[in-house]
Design a protein around this ligand. Structure first.
Ligand code: LUZ
Ligand code: MOS
Length: 781
């Protein structure tokens, strides 16, 4: 069989398969599915305290309110009460004895309408004894309140290196959390089946996990629970583990009443009740030479995890793995504390601890540059991984490390040097308006850090008219996974992508799947689908050999036809012949990532199949009298290997960058001293809008023909790495602010208020430390 098929279906831009329906409002989300007759609406009653003992819980009156069909509590659970993804036993479906955060589910009411269900909760009589709550990282550290034990890793001899270094600086910064703000909030519709099974439509990145956790809680075999999702209206990690609890509440209602039941959170409830990006406090101690070369570094990362472990162990590990960003750290120590707080349990969010890990070293880069009076880009370049300095602190040797080329090309194309001079000239001639420009690199290891998750499955049917139905374990959250996998199948079978029918993800067709996460969706599911397509192609090829009287090597699948030399038959006709010859036209495919291993105890190994690289230059203009700013221009050069679909990839890069920018600039979560989230709606929580788009935004894919890997046609993952490019905006804002405040201590997000109130970081020796105000400091420049 020839493998010389030209790339007409992959490595070309193809529109998202749902683009037209989405623009027309015709794409179905779970709330658009016509409700089965008798569907109940479920309201989940929430804890009004951050931490309290439940003394008494009297719900009889609730159950007797008009329209109420059922009240569901812990007592209705036939199986295991825990819904934690790692079976930690710390996440009960409903609060058990004590409430652990404000917003925690306590019980659920099912009624004919959502209003009736919500109103009925006013008739509950619950008595609480408030307990002291741990709300901040500082409180958790003081009380040694952790969801998991601390992790401490080390390479080389950081203490000796720090003591011997000519220059040494310490600093600390905080990065805030982030709400996922998917447009479609959490939703599940559970439909009981006549054999005791349960069908759940769930907005989830992880149907198999919803299935198995639901089966545990309902005391059913996994095979009796089916979970299906055609698409999500955004997810970003917020639907990697957190849909299970709500899906299970819907299923408990369905189980108890025998009626379909829907749980659908409104925006405020979604923001209060579901987990977010982990906030970090990062302390660093860094020693370096006159050129800015790092000799030793110590990081302490204090991670706010909320009340349960959830994925916090893996998230915090990613923060440790990526504390280097793209820099060689010969002598490094990291301490990572996984703090337990009485706040909602934090979870996966695009980047998964990496953005936070990167922020520490990038903040230090600016410190080093300003201390030595160097261009921060020079310091970054000197510290990059390179020949002889290519092993990470966890033991993986880098390959295809093209960051120097990316940076050189980006510097040239964005005219960085010239613009940096212009920024300096601008700052000398403007007293209150200040500019900053910064280039930061990104390097993200691709693979789940938990080995067993690195597998994918697919299932393809070809029907006797030649039409193709594709199914795989990945979920579509808007990122374009489905079109990419369809392109792969189309390429292998030599048909147009429009001939491949994309079907909903369901645990009935492909079992035991991993979450669509870790940016690995198209790698894992694409390779699995390719495996299935190649099996079918092999069988069809045998039929073609007989039909043409040709050798297998001569058969080519191309342009909707199958040919051998001059002979040619349409794909549909060949399939018809295959059917008559009694050929199996259905195949499963499977893929497991090769060559990866990691010892979780020693934190050593080769955890990643490959790395994705990129860099961004951001230029900002700040009004130091009001704190307002604009991102004037962004240039991005990003590496996706050999892109499967450049249009989709550029969309992911733009979206990831803007989402990262929101995290670092305007999206601020604020909990008060009672543990109440005060920013639980778009009125108080500001995501980037059209007006915040950089005035100029140039996004380009880096040519990377040399990349070879066990990925679809040597493409690279793109979902998460670009989010970290937004660190360049943060750095540019720091640079602009440091025109008036030496070594500004500005935590993320850098809101306009933070710019206005910027203070020098402890240890900054210059003007402001002498007690000068912003205006006076400005006059010194
Ligand atoms: N999810 C996960 C992830 O479960 N494990 C990971 O290693 C990971 N990495 C990035 C994003 N999501
Ligand atoms: Mo994720 S943060 O769901 O890859």
């Amino acid at each position: 069989m020839s493998n010389e098929t030209p790339y007409t279906q992959v490595r070309v831009s193809q529109a998202h398969d749902s683009a037209c329906q989405q623009v027309a409002g015709a794409a179905l989300y779970i709330d658009d599915i016509p409700e089965p007759r008798g569907t109940l609406q479920v309201y989940v009653a929430q804890s009004p305290h951050a931490h309290a003992r439940i003394l008494q819980c009297e719900l009889d009156d609730v159950a007797h309110q008009p329209g109420v069909a059922a009240v569901v509590t812990l007592e209705d659970i036939p199986g295991v009460v825990d819904v934690s993804c790692i079976h930690a036993g710390d996440e009960p479906v409903f609060a058990q004895g004590t409430v652990q955060f404000l917003g925690q589910p306590i019980y659920a009411v099912a009624a004919e309408t959502l209003d009736a269900a919500r109103l009925a909760t006013q008739h509950a009589r619950i008595e609480y004894e408030p307990l002291p709550a741990v709300l901040t990282v500082e409180q958790a550290m003081a009380q040694q309140s952790f969801v998991l034990p601390p992790r401490k890793i080390k390479r080389g001899d950081p203490d000796t290196a720090l003591q011997g270094a000519k220059h040494r600086l310490q600093g600390s910064l905080r990065t805030g959390g982030q709400d996922h703000f998917y447009l479609e909030s959490h939703i599940s519709l559970a439909v009981p089946e006549d054999d005791g099974g349960m069908l759940i439509y769930c907005s989830t990145q992880n149907p198999s996990e919803v299935q198995s956790l639901c089966a545990r809680v309902l005391d059913l075999p996994d095979a009796a629970v089916k979970v299906q999702v055609r698409r999500m209206g955004g997810a970003f990690g917020g639907k990697e583990t957190q849909p299970a609890q709500l899906a299970i509440i819907a299923a408990l209602v369905a189980c108890k009443t025998g009626r379909p039941a829907k749980v659908r959170l409104d925006r405020d409830d979604d923001m209060r009740m579901t987990g977010k990006r982990h906030a970090f406090v990062i302390d660093y101690d860094i020693g370096f030479d006159d050129q800015g070369l790092i000799e030793g570094v110590r990081f302490v990362q204090k991670v706010r995890c909320g009340y349960t472990a959830d994925l916090s162990g893996a998230v915090a590990d990613r923060g440790v793995l990526h504390c280097d960003n793209s820099y060689y750290l010969a002598n490094v120590a990291v301490e990572s504390y996984r703090c337990r707080t009485n706040t909602v349990s934090d979870t996966a969010f695009r980047g998964f601890g990496i953005p936070q890990g990167v922020m520490g070293i990038e903040r230090a880069m600016l410190d080093i540059a300003q201390h030595l009076g160097l261009d921060p880009l020079e310091v970054r370049r000197r510290n990059l991984y390179g020949p002889g300095r290519d092993q990470t602190h966890y033991g993986q040797t880098l390959s295809n490390m093209i960051l120097p080329e990316i940076i050189d090309q980006l510097v040239e194309e964005s005219r960085y040097d010239e613009r940096r001079q212009a920024v300096q000239a601008f700052n000398q001639t403007h007293r209150y308006l200040k500019k900053g420009i910064a280039l930061t690199p990104v390097m993200m290891g691709i693979s789940f850090t938990r080995l067993h998750l690195n597998q994918g499955g697919a299932f393809i049917n070809i029907y006797k008219d030649g039409s193709i139905a594709l199914n795989h374990g990945g979920t579509e959250m808007g990122q374009g996974l489905f079109i990419k996998v369809a392109q792969i199948v189309a390429h292998e079978l030599g048909v147009g992508v429009e001939k491949v029918r994309i079907t909903a993800t369901t645990t009935e067709k492909v079992p035991n799947t991993s979450a669509t996460a870790s940016s690995a969706g198209s790698d894992l599911n694409g390779m699995a689908a390719r495996d299935a397509a190649l099996k079918l192609k092999g069988r069809l090829s045998e039929v073609a050999c007989r039909h043409f009287g040709a050798e297998a090597e001569a058969i080519v699948f191309q342009d909707g036809h199958v040919q051998a030399g001059e002979q040619r038959i349409s794909f549909e006709k060949l399939v018809g012949l295959a059917y008559l010859e009694r050929t199996s036209l259905s195949a499963t495919g499977f893929f497991k990532t090769p060559d990866i291993h990691f010892d979780n105890d020693t934190f050593h190994g080769h955890p990643f199949l490959y790395f994705a690289y990129g860099a961004a230059v951001s230029e900002v203009l700040v009004d130091t009298l009001t704190g307002e700013y604009r991102v004037e221009r962004v240039d991005i050069l990003h590496d996706v290997g050999r892109s499967l679909n450049p249009a989709i990839d550029i969309g992911q890069i733009e979206g990831g960058f803007i989402q990262g920018m929101g995290w670092l600039t305007s999206e601020e979560l604020h909990w008060d001293d009672k543990g109440r989230l005060r920013t639980h709606a778009p009125s108080t929580y500001k995501i980037p809008s059209v007006g915040n788009r950089p005035d100029v935004m140039n996004v380009k894919l880096m040519e990377n023909p040399a990349f070879r890997s066990a990925t679809p046609y040597h493409s690279k993952a793109v979902g998460e790495p670009p989010l970290m490019l937004a660190v360049s905006v943060y750095q540019a804002l720091l640079e602009a602010a440091s025109e008036v405040v030496p070594r500004p201590a500005m935590d993320a997000p850098i809101t306009p208020e933070r710019v206005l109130l910027a203070k020098p970081m402890a240890g900054a020796k210059q003007a402001c430390a002498k007690g000068l105000g912003r205006e006076e400091a400005a006059t010194l420049l």
